[in-house]
Design a protein around this ligand. Structure first.
Ligand SMILES: [Ca+2]
Length: 508
């Protein structure tokens, strides 16, 4: 018996370890978290230009994000004097990293961020952060991009890191014809913080009909949480695990495979911190937790023990611009008459009310804006266990232009208006990860006369424009979309047929 066990163990350990090596482009330095970084070293500029300079390195290069004290020290050691961070703040304490990292670590000096000073953020020479006017300062900066991991394919490949990229065998060539039939990537965060979850996204996904990619919540799960097939597209969706490990299984075609086209995929992975659970209230209203960045989990106070009487809780859930909040109630048990959960789209439009007992995982809601307000109020007697809910981000649906406009009007607004180059840069930044363009609230009436196009929001003529030279072309259509910077038309405005094209849109 013993020898059988030994043989099994030898076999297991042999197949379970597969080397992966991370590499950075020339001039970039590899940090332990799997990011490649490059210091501008003497090249100082405004925040917007620094963002553009980073993007010019190509791929997913952005201004640096900092998700913990170790990263902060590593960046500090690389630089001299103040630098721009890829962070922007609005409101009292609502800040968003340009690369989508959850804003759960900060190192601001006392009393900041202060949007009276500005919406941008700089790291000072002592490592502390300060708000800054985006245009008034000219600073050094650090660009980052994910390291490339040469993946290979084996039954079990272990990958450790907080951010990185994996590719199909033989990438950027086709995986068709490479031999292994199944590859597993078990990706685990290097963070020791226990509230971390791993997410994956596919910027490139072109599977043949005989192959699929299954995503599992952990190394040992046998049922996948998501299965991607030849019909799946690289639509920017992040797929989250419930813990710090995610397993991605690539099942390659067997037998006759389609070698008429190049089939390949590229995967980005990213660890993000779960939003800490709300604290038990020490007094009525003590469960108000401020702004919570998605993804995360919220609970009623004391959950799963009895919630207190006379509660007035609110949970304000926020996603990056261009994304909505999706909430799934894992459990709900409240006093039916009197202890009520209300879900709002944004802060005011009511999406639904829940009270009483519900089967687990049956109640879910989606916002049409990038925020959702959930309130929970209880009366003076009668307590139950309350609720537990998971909230995540989803990318808005695409729509033709008439429906997009109608939807914005239903929300009391209009499709996005761009008055100047600053607005234009903001949209460019919003679109930096997108493969779809967005509709503008602009209608053109005369061929090749951009100044005669008018904005939906107030009927005014377009005094500023960023049309591709020779546009608008009203023969194509009177509507206008903004092409994303990573597409061939690189951030330019293009004419389109209003009721045919399906694109993303932003309301304002
Ligand atoms: Ca009650």
């Amino acid at each position: 018996m013993t020898s059988k066990i030994e043989i099994f163990l030898l076999f297991f350990s042999y197949t379970s370890i597969s080397a992966t090596s991370s590499t950075c482009p020339t001039g970039f330095t590899l940090l332990t978290n799997g990011k490649c970084v490059k210091y501008s070293s003497g090249v100082t500029t405004t925040h917007i230009n620094a963002m553009a300079n980073c993007q010019a390195f190509g791929g997913d290069t952005k201004l640096v994000s900092v998700s913990n004290a170790i990263d902060n020290t590593a960046i500090l050691q690389l630089t001299t004097g103040a630098i721009w961070l890829g962070l922007k703040c609005s409101g009292t304490n609502y800040c968003v990293w340009e690369d989508g990292t959850a804003f759960t670590y900060s190192n601001f000096i006392t009393g900041q961020p202060s949007t009276n000073i500005g919406n941008c953020v700089m790291m000072l020479s002592n490592g502390r952060w300060s708000s800054a006017d985006c245009e008034a300062y000219s600073l050094n900066y650090v660009c980052q991009q994910n390291s490339q991991t040469s993946s290979g394919c084996s039954l079990k490949s272990y990958v450790s890191g907080d951010q990185g990229t994996l590719t199909s065998p033989n990438f950027p060539g086709s995986y068709i014809g490479t031999q292994d039939q199944q590859c597993n990537f078990i990706i685990t965060s290097s963070s020791t913080w226990n509230q971390v979850q791993m997410a994956v996204q596919f910027p490139i996904l072109q599977l043949d009909t005989g192959s699929d990619i299954s995503i599992y919540n952990s190394e040992s799960d046998s049922l996948p949480s998501v299965v991607l097939t030849s019909k799946s597209t690289a639509d920017g969706t992040w797929y989250y695990s419930t813990g710090s490990t995610i397993r991605v299984q690539f099942n390659k075609c067997t037998g006759t495979c389609d070698s008429s086209q190049v089939h390949l995929w590229e995967l980005n992975y990213r660890a993000s911190n779960l939003v800490p659970t709300t604290q038990n209230p020490i007094s009525n209203g003590g469960c108000n937790a401020g702004t919570l960045n998605a993804p995360g989990v919220i609970y009623s106070p004391n959950y799963p023990s009895l919630y207190p009487n006379n509660l007035d809780c609110s949970y304000y859930l926020v996603a990056p611009q261009g994304y909505g909040i999706e909430i799934l109630f894992l459990t709900i048990d409240t006093e039916h008459c009197c202890d009520i959960i209300v879900i709002h789209d944004g802060q005011t439009t009511e999406l639904g009310r829940l009270s009483g007992y519900y089967q687990p995982n049956t109640q879910s809601f989606k916002s049409t804006t990038n925020s959702m307000l959930v309130t929970f109020s209880t009366d003076s007697s009668g307590q139950k266990s309350g609720f537990q809910a998971r909230f995540s981000v989803y990318q808005f649906k695409k729509s033709n232009r008439p429906n997009a406009r109608k939807h914005c009007e239903e929300l009391g607004g209009s499709l996005v208006t761009i008055r100047n180059s600053i607005d234009n840069s903001a949209i460019l930044q919003f679109l930096s990860n997108s493969s779809s363009g967005i509709w503008l609230g602009l209608t053109c009436h005369t061929n090749k006369s951009p100044e005669k196009c008018t904005w939906d929001s107030d009927g005014s003529a377009a005094s500023y424009n960023n049309f591709l030279p020779g546009y608008p072309v009203t023969n194509i259509g009177s509507c206008v979309y903004f092409d994303p910077p990573n597409q061939p038309l690189k951030g330019k405005w293009i004419s389109a047929t209003c009721d045919v094209e399906e694109l993303l849109y932003l309301c304002e």
